[in-house]
Design a protein around this ligand. Structure first.
Ligand SMILES: [Cu+2]
Length: 139
């Protein structure tokens, strides 16, 4: 005759208890390990395809809206060599017809910022013309 013993139950009970303790420890440790709040506030990557034809915005887009903390990428395509200047963030790029270029920045400051075309269309280097506005809204 074989005797049936139930050794499994107490072992399982012990595992459950140690698991509970482990879970409790993890619960206490996780908030300390997490970066303080900043991760939750990190914005999205916002890409905009923008095209200039004949000195004007192709399609007539006037305002790009993003939220503070967003990573913003403005990708420019042009039909003639063009100098573009984002005011406020003070980013200036030169774009050529065969090579679209990007303005990439983190939207740290809220406000309404113009992107100007400098020169172009025989107006001379000093001519400034607003193409679009970038609006950075509070989160
Ligand atoms: Cu300018």
């Amino acid at each position: 005759m074989r005797s049936i013993t139930r050794k499994i139950a107490p072992v399982a009970g012990t595992l459950t208890r140690s698991r509970f303790i482990a879970a409790a420890l993890i619960t206490m440790l996780v908030p300390i390990a997490m970066p303080t709040g900043s991760a939750a506030q990190t914005g999205e990557v916002r890409r905009f395809e923008l095209s200039i034809k004949d000195g004007k915005m192709d399609g007539g887009l006037r305002t790009v809206r993003v939220v503070r903390g967003d990573a913003v990428v403005l990708r420019w395509t042009v039909d003639q060599p063009t100098i573009l200047h984002l005011h406020g963030y003070d980013i200036e790029i030169e774009v050529r017809p065969d090579a679209p270029r990007e303005m990439a920045f983190e939207a740290r400051s809220t406000g309404r910022f113009p992107v100007e075309m400098h020169g172009g269309n025989g107006e001379g280097r000093r001519a400034h013309r607003v193409l679009i506005h970038v609006e950075v809204h509070p989160r």
